[in-house]
Design a protein around this ligand. Structure first.
Ligand code: NAP
Length: 352
């Protein structure tokens, strides 16, 4: 039996290299800032022109290593550079609120690493500041801007799944326990849910929207942050998302969406350029798509940067593919999961 989606739609992504070039400033030049800068310089006309660190030496070393023209020994200096169009906030999560509002206050557009903040309340503060300032603001949920995600978006829009019933996603890796690391220290926003689980919760939101109820079960590291978590999110119509995340074991990093008329299974990992398979409602395989762009792993961050550059050129202040209210509602789900599991929050008390 043929199915209307035996042939998958093509991703509707213009080449990231063709997006209008913006001048980017990196705030907090750590591990992800390095990969982001290299992705932009290697795969697009976007240019990171300045790096701002708490240390002039670290800023200068980052600039030298990644082909960045200017470096600053304070975050304030970077956000007041008149030749920076957009600031990329790449600090640990608890500093996103302070650094994003610093950049917004200086009139800069902002791309804020995931999760946009550690709580829905802080995310709301960022959104309100950006809306008041009239600048563009977006969470760096780069999966939303990948070609494979656009194929799934078209399948969702075209009703290819029929009645949506079950969504799954997992993201886990094996980290050695280090109480001082960003992954395990509550003060640095530690825990699997904020760092990795946010991708799975965002995938569920992409397919089903915000859930009506959240059930979470998990275990805590000796520092009190969640090191493993399983979530059941239920929508008003009974559709469910089954999500898993953890920092003590590498899990497959697969995502699926299943409905009465068909299902999609991503290749691994679902959160960076990979591929997907579509199956008919009777379970038979219909079509397979593989990303052959040559943009592997974190090079895929170039898509979110190119999307942002186009949105800014079009005069938008939020991403139509992932608006700030969705970043906030994702954190409402994570707040609730952290509360149920008993995660220790950034301040050492309960996560709120
Ligand atoms: N998109 C992705 O695939 C991806 C992957 C990894 C991480 N991330 C996100 O990116 C963010 C940063 O992660 P990362 O792994 O790059 O972190 P990192 O390397 O540990 O830290 C980034 C930088 O933040 C600055 N910083 C500011 N306040 C700090 C504080 N109190 N403690 C430590 N550093 C502080 C430091 O730079 P200076 O002191 O020099 O200013 C540091 O180098 C996180 O929110 C994470 O979720 C995203």
């Amino acid at each position: 039996m043929t199915h209307p989606f035996d042939t998958l739609p093509a991703p509707r992504h213009p080449d990231p290299a063709d997006a209008p070039a913006l001048r980017w400033g990196v705030l907090a030049p750590g591990a992800i800032a390095a990969d982001f800068t290299d992705a932009l310089h290697g795969h697009s006309g976007q240019r990171v022109v300045a790096a701002g660190s708490r240390s002039a030496e670290r800023a200068a070393a980052f600039a030298a290593a990644h082909g960045v023209e200017r470096s600053y020994g304070s975050y304030e200096q970077l956000v007041t550079d008149p030749e920076v169009d957009v600031v990329y906030v790449a600090s640990p999560h608890p500093q996103h609120l302070e650094l994003a509002t610093l950049a917004i206050g200086a009139g800069k557009h902002v791309l804020i690493e995931k999760p946009i903040a550690v709580t829905a309340r802080d995310a709301t503060t960022i959104a309100e500041a950006a809306r008041q300032a009239g600048v563009f603001a977006m969470e760096a949920m780069w999966t939303r801007y990948l070609p494979q995600t656009d194929i799934v978006r078209q399948l969702l829009d075209d009703g290819a799944f029929g009645d949506l019933r079950v969504v799954t996603a997992d993201f886990g890796f094996a980290a050695d326990f280090d109480p001082a690391s960003r992954m395990f220290d509550p003060a640095l926003g530690g825990g699997a849910l904020l760092d990795l689980g946010v991708y799975a919760v965002s995938w569920a939101s992409f397919a089903l929207g915000a859930p009506e109820s959240v059930i979470a079960s998990g275990s805590l590291a000796p520092t009190g942050v969640d090191e493993q978590a399983a979530l059941i999110l239920t929508s008003a119509d009974g559709a469910q998302a089954l999500l898993s995340t953890g920092v003590r074991a590498a899990t497959p990093s697969l995502a699926t969406i299943s409905g009465s008329a068909g299902r999609v299974e991503t290749d691994s990992p679902f959160w960076s350029p990979s591929g997907l398979r579509f199956f008919r409602g009777d379970g038979s395989a219909a079509a397979h798509w593989t990303d052959t762009s040559g943009r592997h792993g974190r090079d895929g961050m170039v898509y979110e940067a190119a999307a942002l550059a186009r949105y800014v050129a079009d005069g938008l202040t939020e991403s139509p593919l992932h608006p700030l209210d969705e970043s906030i509602s994702t954190l409402v789900t994570i707040d609730e999961a952290r509360r149920q599991i008993g995660t220790v929050g950034v301040g050492g008390g309960p996560a709120d």
